[in-house]
Write a protein that binds this ligand. Structure first.
Ligand SMILES: *Cc1c(COP(=O)(O)O)cnc(C)c1O
Length: 387
């Protein structure tokens, strides 16, 4: 039986898009070489600064998040450079794949899936390589495991170890939900995508950069064309883009930034952490193990471990077929082992209640043990303490 016609999208991207963003994106088209678009572009580039924790305007690419990952490699790394890629899940593997497509001196630092990177180990790993490292690449939130890495500590440690190393961070699944500060965290390039915590439709990507990185974009001689970030920056300075941009999505960016300013960015971040804490307690109350420990859990996505593969399938398909709720399965080697619930962007604690109630019903039926009220009780209690 279908309990509701109202569908709920709780995947770690794409995420629900607020109506006001949809409406902003419905305005009549303008030419991209017009004053109209210059006004839009200027506003979009500059409004993103607080969300990316930077004083520089943020570049917008009309392509998905992966293009920004690729751009971050092509515009920082030269042919003979040695780089380190931290691989802690499926998106780390993607960084590795892109890097190995273009470069030969790629050193992989593996982190156990579900664990957070260990700062001191990484510095020791780099020392042990006994070559000069040009750049270190990592995910901020590894979406496939729901870990939020201690990017700030790593940035500071790398800076202390060798300030010439470029620190490049994939923040696709957490920018917009975490308190990042590129200067303090010593991040040189911070990339993101539109369809995760930034609650926009898929299709555009973002690159924030330090002044040092900006100079590097100009100096690097690796072949690139569409993803030449220096070219994008030259256009940005003229409130423009080198190629036809996704004009519609630029308007969405402006509306997104307006919504964030309205709520207050600090509040936006706190809301994500509040939801994370409540949902983790609720899942534990349902005897569901969590993949990530409390200290390293992302505020944007939570991974949990049902008893076996059958239970994984039961939960995912019942949520979809009976309750109209979509969550995500595992990726790569975690496929069939875990489930992931996304809680980022246009979401408030109450929007997750139907998910919590549905899980109580599904598990009560499936395990023949009553969970009715068990998860909602702790969920409400966490929220109550926040008032
Ligand atoms: C979703 C995601 C990407 C890829 O973004 P696309 O828009 O699908 O290209 C990259 N990195 C992380 C951490 C992600 O969550």
């Amino acid at each position: 039986m279908l309990f509701t016609h109202h569908s709920s999208l709780l995947t770690p991207g794409p995420t629900p898009v607020p109506l006001s963003i949809q409406s902003a994106m419905n305005l009549p088209m303008v030419g991209h070489r017009s004053k109209d678009f210059e006004t839009i572009a200027k506003k979009a580039f500059s409004s993103l600064k607080p969300v990316f924790g930077t004083d520089n305007d943020v570049l917008i690419l009309s392509s998905s998040g992966t293009s920004a990952l690729e751009a971050s490699l092509l515009n920082i790394v030269n042919k003979d450079d040695h780089i380190v890629i931290i691989v802690s899940g499926a998106f780390g593997q993607r960084y590795q794949q892109i890097a190995e497509t273009y470069f030969s001196n790629v050193h992989i630092y593996n982190v156990e899936w579900g664990s957070a990177l260990h700062v001191k180990d990484i510095i020791d790993f780099i020392k042990g390589l006994e070559v000069s490292i040009t750049a270190v690449f990592t995910q901020y939130c590894e979406t496939s495991t729901a870990v939020l890495h201690p990017v700030s500590s790593l940035g500071q440690a790398l800076h202390e170890f060798d300030p010439s190393i470029y620190f490049v961070v994939d923040g696709v699944s957490c920018i917009g939900a975490v308190d990042v500060n590129m200067k303090q965290d010593h991040i040189d390039v911070l990339v993101s995508g539109s369809q995760k915590a930034l609650m926009l439709p898929p299709g555009i990507a973002f690159v924030a950069y330090s002044n040092r990185a900006l100079k590097r974009f100009k100096d690097v001689d690796t072949a690139r064309f569409y993803l030449d970030l220096d070219k994008h920056y030259q256009s940005l300075e003229k409130s423009s883009t080198p190629f036809t941009p996704n004009i519609t999505a630029f308007r969405g960016v402006i509306e997104y930034c307006r919504l964030v300013e309205d709520e207050g960015f600090k509040q936006v971040v706190e809301r994500h952490y509040k939801i994370r804490d409540a949902i983790r307690k609720a899942l534990k109350a349902l005897d569901l193990d969590l993949l990530v420990d409390d200290a390293n859990a992302s505020p944007t996505v939570t991974a949990f471990i049902p008893n076996d593969k059958e239970e994984v399938n039961e939960i995912k398909s019942r949520l979809k077929n009976d309750f109209n709720i979509t969550i995500a399965g595992g990726q790569g080697k975690l496929k069939g082992e875990i489930l992931r619930v996304g809680h980022m962007g246009f979401i408030s604690p109450f929007e997750l209640l139907p998910f919590v109630v549905s899980l109580e019903i599904i598990l009560t039926n499936y395990r023949k043990k009553s969970y009715i009220g068990a998860a909602t009780k702790v969920y409400s209690e966490v929220l109550m303490h926040e008032l």
